[in-house]
Design a protein around this ligand. Sequence first.
Ligand code: NAD
Ligand code: MG
Length: 390
Amino acid sequence: MIKNIALLGSTGSIGQNTLEIVRKYPNRLKIKALTAGNNWQLLAQQALEFNPEYVALASTKNEADLKAALANTNIKIGTGENALIEAVSLNNVDTVLAAIVGFAGLKPVMEAIALKRRICLANKETLVVAGSIFMKAIKENKVDLLPVDSEHSAIFQCLSGLNNPNLSKIIITASGGPFKDFPTEKLKDVTVEMALKHPNWNMGGKITIDSATLMNKGLEVIEAHWLFGADYEDIDIVIHPQSLIHSLIEYSDGSVIAQLGWPDMKLPIQCALSWPERWEPPLKAFNLLHAKNMTFFEPRFEDFPCLKLAIKAGKEGGIMPCVLNAANEVAVEAFLNNIITFIEIPQLIETTLHGFNNAEVKSIDRLIEIDYKARIFAKSMIKAEKKSAV
Ligand code: NAD
Ligand code: MG
């Protein structure tokens, strides 16, 4: 049966990889809606190729440009935050591939769950901040949830789905990022350019920095906790610089199963879109003889404090993962704009976490409020620091 897709974040790294898969399977996958943050040019180009019913641009600034670019088509155009919700609400959409980066993806994905769309989830931040509400909505609406993140796709494939009662442990692999072997004292000199060069994966800016600080792995531990119902104590992290084993699981009898593949997101994306079917390979065949040396190390928790901060916030639960995520989004943006240094990223997150008392998460609206407050707090901490430096 053909899948009718709303692709949230089509102009990003995951979005563009998804469109490569859609291009290969015109008889199985149909794009109904595309959305972007502000890259209206690429959005227009994609719309002309895939002819969706609807395109949404979160920013309202270039509405006129987008309309002009699509003037000779029947494609409907929406702008602003609500347009993202409209994209998932189109009548005949049955599948939503969530590839917006950060908290901005939360509202549309929650709406998609309420509308019982099948969810292919790349946007890990939504599950990190709203885990309990998110998973409750998934269950209540009997929605299929397919992970796109490569580690979680690996775990999902090893388990042949969610909710396997014999799961005893999850072992998430991590490339370790570009600074895994950096001497501790040199981490303070890491520049934006250095941090943006990931050794194995080609990804958007925010997740590339998250991979360098190891925050990405911390977020992935929280993501795994919610997706697979695993206790934090049963989730291990192993540094595996070659990124060939994407993660492993241990069953209750001690048997360990791993999923292997080249470091390329096209396979996990296709796997989520095709599940439970398996389609033709999107990449050249995997070959262990070409993979050669696979190595494994413990993470350097002391040198990459983001990992500990994330796991701690995950264990505390409540609003803390939301505060952590907001502070991280502010810190990463400030680092990318050369306002704070690499080692100030975890410092800013920790200071922000200290500024909040934990509380239960009752609703998405409450999370939106907490996210907003945490951002303001984190930004004020940057200002205070920079002021005291002069
Ligand atoms: P990206 O920065 O390349 O793309 C992000 C997309 O979201 C773009 O289309 C952008 O226009 C849109 N966007 C940004 N801000 C928005 C806003 N405020 N409102 C609406 N749309 C907005 O990011 P990416 O690397 O493709 O990552 C997307 C998500 O997938 C992230 O949550 C990331 O953690 C996750 N992920 C990415 C990879 C990867 O290989 N890139 C792997 C695993 C998971
Ligand atoms: Mg990942």
